[in-house]
Design a protein around this ligand. Structure first.
Ligand SMILES: [Zn+2]
Length: 394
């Protein structure tokens, strides 16, 4: 671990509780108390520092499955899964869904949008070391759903074995608008599986009377607005969950979700009037609490230094509400830049990190070269390219 200290001067730190001008000191993977030992000073006036985003739900290996037609509407995700399988069988992909390159691509999708921690709802390929990876894979226990428990992934009881007191147990639940979907909540309650570690993904079919069971049990909800609309043509009323701070945002995979977490933030605002602070809670403080991400308190000394620098907008809330992924001037994970504007080249140099110049939606970015080794191919990620967009390949 590096003992070099970097001093970031003149920042405005942004949290759901407000903004304040404050310098940051980074050493190793953590924020530190002010230090005289800094070997690198970066002057960052007019720069907003946001906590890095947390994506509450994704299937990392399912983010590059191009060519599927738009689905008809469904009343239950079980029918959507059957439709998907049929469509997939008609045009099988050349690259298996078990190929780790698919997983890396999903991780990059998240990193490019400022999401450095992700709740991945599937097995992690054996070749991947989650302790040294380009994003943090939140250590959840998961069961696919009541319908698929044991048929895909672990069975219900099995999925909760070894569940720690501060560990989330995640399950797709009530992903539908029919009686069957609503019945799932009742089943989970009867099984005694609704508690403060339970995280329900989707919950569109939760009836009003059932919502109180969910809330009284301390269970939480992940909201995937685009996925809900695409599959079910309906989503949730987030208000009661927001009030109890028991809601976070997730992307789902691009099979049903939108481009990334930034797009989901926009989708959420189209469904419900969220101000900047509420929106920021859904991708920072709430998921940190829901997934028991201890030691990730934003900007606090000795906490993990995962944050974003944004140089756009007249004020931080404008910047957040109108954010595009290439507006993020630096994604910092574990105290070091992972991708950043070329003006931050000295920061990479200071830590001896080799970089590669890439173009993200038309803007140049430096990206850590070691993390690119596993990148499957530029054609996998629309908008990411080795060349300036106006350069014509020979
Ligand atoms: Zn899902």
């Amino acid at each position: 671990m590096s003992s070099k200290v970097a001093h970031l001067q003149g920042l405005t730190l942004v949290s759901p509780h407000g903004c304040r001008r404050q310098d940051l000191w980074l050493e190793g993977e953590y924020f530190r108390l002010p230090s005289q030992r800094s070997g690198l000073k970066l002057s960052l006036e007019n720069t907003w520092a946001f906590p890095a985003f947390v994506n509450g739900h994704d299937h990392l290996h399912l983010n590059s499955m191009a060519g599927l037609p738009d689905p008809p509407g469904f009343t239950n995700a079980v029918d959507w899964a059957a439709w998907l399988q049929k469509e997939h069988d008609r045009r099988p992909s050349k690259i298996s869904t078990h190929d780790p390159r698919r997983f890396h691509h999903g991780a990059w999708k998240n990193l490019l949008s400022g999401a450095t921690s992700v709740a991945h709802h599937d097995p992690i390929p054996a070749s991947i070391d989650p302790t040294h990876y380009l994003i943090d894979l939140i250590p959840i226990k998961w069961c696919h759903s009541l319908a698929f428990a044991g048929k895909y992934g672990p069975g219900l009881q099995e999925s909760r074995q070894g569940l720690q007191p501060r560990q989330a147990w995640v399950i797709h639940a009530a992903e539908g608008t029919d009686e069957e979907a609503a019945h799932e909540v009742q089943q989970l309650q009867q099984l005694g599986f609704l508690d403060s570690r339970t995280v329900l993904v989707h919950g569109v079919g939760i009836r009003e009377n059932q919502r109180s069971w969910v809330q009284q049990s301390g269970a939480k909800l992940v909201w995937c607005p685009s996925s809900n609309l695409k599959i079910l043509n309906r989503s949730i009323d987030p208000a009661p969950y927001l009030q109890r701070e028991s809601l976070c945002l997730g992307t789902d995979s691009r099979l049903s979700g939108s481009q990334d977490l930034i797009s989901e933030m926009k989708a959420a605002r189209e469904l419900y009037p969220l101000d900047g602070a509420s929106l920021l809670k859904l991708v920072t403080t709430h998921p940190r609490r829901i997934f028991f991400l201890d030691g990730h308190e934003a900007f606090r000394p000795e906490s993990r230094a995962d944050f974003l620098l944004i140089q756009a907008g007249d004020n931080p809330w404008d910047a957040l509400l109108n954010l595009k992924r290439n507006d993020i001037a630096a994604v910092v994970k574990g105290g070091m830049p992972a991708l950043a504007d070329p003006t931050f080249a000295s920061w990479f140099d200071y830590f001896g990190i080799a970089t590669r110049l890439l173009w993200l939606d038309g803007k140049p970015k430096l990206i850590r070269e070691d993390w690119l080794q596993d990148f499957p191919g530029w054609e996998w990620e629309p908008g990411l390219s080795l060349h300036h967009p106006e350069t014509v390949d020979e």
